[in-house]
Write a protein that binds this ligand. Sequence first.
Ligand code: PLP
Length: 366
Amino acid sequence: MPAKARDNIERLDAYVPGEQPGYAQTSGGGAVVLKFNTNESPYPPSDAVLRAVRGLSAEALRLYPPADAAEFRAAAAAAHGLTPGHVIATNGGDELLRLLITVFCEPGNGGIGTTAPSYTLYPVLAAIQDTPVCVVDRVGDDFALPGDLAQRWNDAGCRLAFLVNPHAPTGRLEPLDTVRALAEAFDGLLVVDEAYVDFAEGDALPLLRDEARGDVVILRSLSKGYGLAGLRFGYGLADPTIIATLDKARDSYNTDIVAQVAATAAVRDVDYARSTWQKVIDERARLTGELRRRGFAVPDSASNFVLAAVPGGGAARAEAIYRHCKTHGVLIRYFGNQPRLGDRLRITVGTPAQTDRLLGLIDSAP
Ligand SMILES: *Cc1c(COP(=O)(O)O)cnc(C)c1O
């Protein structure tokens, strides 16, 4: 008889990651697949990253890695004008999310607050911890935050709340004043998920650097802006007392030596990363314009993707375009029956040549 898991795990609908074709397909071994469905960078990581990885000795692999990722923490702190005590390194930003819920949310009560639509991993992580989720709908065509957002999270007794900024899947950016006001009005700890902030103007760093707020955690990821989704590296920024608490509960060796060395080289070479961000920002403008010219409704995005509502036909038309692109080796994100997103497609910004290929497929879709 199979072992029985905790009831909440038995009941759990697991997180469904975006489609990932096999390694062979994306590395030239099979049909070429262009991935515009999970927001990876279209550009490779910095040469400095590859050099750092190649330079690893057998000895570095034989030994355990630094448990505190000290070099990475110092590099990230220097990049952000903070101290290493403000930084925790994690196995992708996703590990930080899980760690935050483990540390701050009780099973049974004191759960998380989110907005909808949002990153679908949040409720899954909450369900694993068996802690409640207070989902507050964003309002209007532009998916704005409702004025009573913090109040509703407070009424539900949320210990943590997650604000993706820039927002996924719309690309909408809340200004710093809005984030600060939310942190002040919310009784718990506000997690500002800045997985996409590299493509936006402005971030929540002043809340930590200049205002030393103790009620905010910022999430960063190397998956989107540094061309390192395969590495699995992210980090959190917060007041050192919060970081010290999180440190108590993480796996002792939660990031491996290859990842630490690569991630450190990546954040030290932020100039290279910035040059790729600018290319993505330029191409985002062109993709947005081209889609609008074809009748799609596309809000301005501060991220490395756009959310496009298809002209006429609604969900059926969105699905037809998605399937046509997939048949021709191009993956985009179609949301199926997710509320309010059925007639929309989320498309990662690629290189100019990749955008041309995508637009060609959209034009030839039945
Ligand atoms: C990509 C992403 C993350 C973190 O991803 P990792 O690959 O685990 O670093 C966090 N939040 C959102 C909204 C994301 O899209």
